[in-house]
Write a protein that binds this ligand. Structure first.
Ligand SMILES: C[S@@+](CC[C@H](N)C(=O)[O-])C[C@H]1O[C@@H](n2cnc3c(N)ncnc32)[C@H](O)[C@@H]1O
Length: 302
């Protein structure tokens, strides 16, 4: 962990700003420790190639340890350095991700046969998690992302992992209400573009261009994206909103804004996850629960 006196001016300004914003980090040092700690990853396993991969791992003497709370997912093997290329990576049969990325999918609780829209899907971690969650049951899923390079990566990830048949689209979410049929989705995931403070803090290039205004601009976009997606929900459908941002404006702020503008929409309780946190919230078009959002620290692997 860098000591305070080694911090660049940009990092110090960032820490000072966020420590004031987030009472849970009562000192800049605690926030710095949080932002610089690397969390152990978990690995989504292609269910189509699972027996081949487990054979390869067995041969290589690797510890095959399924994550107890998510199907077709492994805990990073013991005694193997993070970032090591494991058997199955080269083929695209494995997808490493932060365990907290699985929590919006648990909040969504996709059911077989439901129509699902993953509205900001690239590069595809949560799309794969939805597919693994349901496998081998049928799902009607559209994975959409506006960015061309990220969309290409999404297509490649889906193909190599073993789900080439998933429908993909490359539209701005703001245009989707004019392209897709209103009221046609049981579940929508909006894993929104956000401040990604951890990423920004650890990237010189991004830290240089960071400003407080970025939060306001992103919160404005996030509200617009939620507003664009709501008409696509079936009556009784659920939209899950998640970010990896720390800023309350981009999280609770977006939830509160949405609930205040749409009286027919009620928050649904996020399933009680005995796991520590990303930041996610979900809404249902009718429900009486008042709990609309939840913050999770990095989720534990076991
Ligand atoms: C947090 S990332 C999504 C990560 C992805 N869900 C995953 O798990 O791999 C947010 C995504 O939103 C996309 N995006 C940003 N603005 C968008 C818009 N207006 N319409 C559609 N996608 C957008 C970005 O290209 C980016 O890929």
């Amino acid at each position: 962990m860098p000591k305070k006196h080694t911090l660049t001016r940009g990092r110090q300004a960032f820490l000072d700003y966020y420590t004031k914003l987030l009472p849970q980090f009562d000192t800049p040092e605690k926030l710095n420790a949080y932002l610089t700690t690397k969390n152990p990853q978990v690995i989504l396993v292609s269910p189509i190639h699972e027996s081949q991969i487990s054979g390869l791992w067995h041969k290589a003497g690797l510890d095959w340890s399924p994550l107890p709370w998510f199907p077709h997912t492994l805990v990073w093997p013991k005694n193997v350095l993070p970032g090591t290329s494991l058997p199955g990576f080269r083929e695209g049969w494995l997808y490493p991700l932060n365990p907290s990325s699985l929590l919006p999918v648990l909040a969504m609780q996709p059911q077989p046969g439901q129509s699902i829209l993953d509205a900001a899907a690239a590069p595809g971690g949560k799309t794969l998690a939805i597919l693994n969650f349901l496998y081998p049951k049928p799902v009607s899923l559209i994975a959409n992302d506006v960015s061309l390079p990220r969309f290409k990566r999404l297509r490649t990830v889906l193909k190599r992992f073993g789900f080439p048949e998933v429908v993909t689209a490359r539209h701005p979410i703001q245009a989707l209400p004019h392209i897709l049929t209103a009221g046609s989705f049981d579940k929508i995931l909006l894993d929104a573009p956000c401040s990604s403070e951890k990423h920004v803090y650890n990237s010189k290039r991004h830290l240089k261009i960071w400003s407080e205004n970025r939060i306001t601009t992103l919160a404005h976009l996030q509200k617009l994206l939620v507003d664009s997606l709501l008409p696509l929900l079936k009556p009784g459908g659920t939209l899950v909103y998640s970010t990896c941002a720390l800023a309350p404006q981009e999280n609770e702020g977006v939830v509160e804004y949405t609930l205040s503008r749409h009286p027919l929409i009620s928050p649904v309780p996020v399933p009680t996850l005995s796991l520590p946190r990303p930041v996610s919230a979900s809404w249902h078009t009718h429900s009486s629960s008042p709990r609309s959002s939840t913050r999770h620290p990095p989720a534990k692997c076991s």
